[in-house]
Design a protein around this ligand. Sequence first.
Ligand SMILES: NC(=O)c1ccc[n+]([C@@H]2O[C@H](COP(=O)([O-])OP(=O)(O)OC[C@H]3O[C@@H](n4cnc5c(N)ncnc54)[C@H](O)[C@@H]3O)[C@@H](O)[C@H]2O)c1
Length: 422
Amino acid sequence: MTRSAPTFAIVGLGGRGNAFSQVLHDQPELGRVVAVADVDPARRTAIGDRHGLPEHARFDSYQSLLARPKLADALINTLMDQLHAPSAIPALDLGYHMLLEKPMATTLADCRAIDEARRRNNAIVSVCHSMRYAVVLQELKRLVDSGAIGEVVSLDQLEAVEHTHQSHSFVRGNWGNQGRSTFMLMAKSCHDLDFIHYLVGKPCRRVSSFGSLTKFRKERMPAGAPQRCIDGCPAEASCPYSTAKLYSGPQADTDHWYAAHAGFAGLPVAERLRLLRTSPYGRCVYQCDNDVVDHQVVAFEFDGGVTATFTMTGLTHNHGRYIRLHGTEGTIQAETDRNVIDIHRFDDGRHQRIELPILSGSHGGSDIRVLRNLVEAIRSGRPEAVLTTTAESLASHSIVFAAERSRLERRTVEIDEIARSA
Ligand SMILES: NC(=O)c1ccc[n+]([C@@H]2O[C@H](COP(=O)([O-])OP(=O)(O)OC[C@H]3O[C@@H](n4cnc5c(N)ncnc54)[C@H](O)[C@@H]3O)[C@@H](O)[C@H]2O)c1
């Protein structure tokens, strides 16, 4: 147990590492960053300077940081998906507590190994399932648990991945190719399956899933499109995915997180032009190496006959989650983009609308709440004070692995089958 604010080392200083660095810079009462690591020297400089770190506290890889004895109370692990297991396990064995970005890992065996490392070291680990920390969804969970609609009987959840977000992250970017990261349901929707599991609050028994990649394929490429938009595409004017519109042309909003995430923000024009010629984000969206689905559905059966459906689509103008629960006494629905909840009761026909404030900060304020929860757990010395431990995450990731197996093997998959598998 410690009363003082913990110290942090951050490994992986991209989009997420930068977001948590900013939270800790803006909220110094949460803790102090004492070391950082990234293979990219510009990111090390920017974030090292933000925290006033000496040169010896800026490491050129997570490996070199972990080669040293423990440097901080906790590690913020914002490396890419496939680096989670090789970095998290040695870090836990060195004695770090951890904020581990989702997904925990990209294989079930690695998820289990991280959970075991957390247990053997009695470490405090929070897996960053941001949805569980969103104000509107915490209120939804509270209402459901308080019996606002009686007993939950069924649930539908839509994850709307706005189509240019799909093109940025899941076609051109980090998560477009399963071999480089992981499958779509794990990369993006592990949040959703975790939240559905949490909301229903009962063990999931079996799942069925379908999905495919329909739009972002070579067959849909406009005639005569070059491999890179910058080389004069005949379809440029009408293409919403033109790199000039998203990252670097006169119509691009270089303050948008896409531009920042792709490394365009703040660069002089010549440097941005160079990136359009060399970076994966300069490619024609129909000529990438993407293979992850752009739409997928999952059907679930939980204990007690509770049913649920989930849809992920990257072909929508919307962004956010739309969740409806049907209970024995009424219905409740929540929308994360507007932070509203509607409850309809059957007994007196009453409709109640709850509007919650839209908070500032990354992920609608969830990132601050994730960190605050971890810091409170570290200060109290109670691993169980973390809302999303590795055990919780392992349980919901198992449902994700089962659903993907169902999609690939075209059959219903029992969760027990995943639990029994090596
Ligand atoms: N909780 C959420 O909602 C949420 C949202 C987005 C991303 N994520 C997850 O966060 C993680 C990071 O995503 P991101 O968008 O920040 O990715 P990113 O590509 O922007 O950042 C990853 C960073 O790791 C660095 N890196 C690569 N190899 C390294 C090494 N050996 N040592 C040190 N640094 C190294 C890269 O240079 C890069 O700066 C992923 O696992 C992703 O799935 C979670």
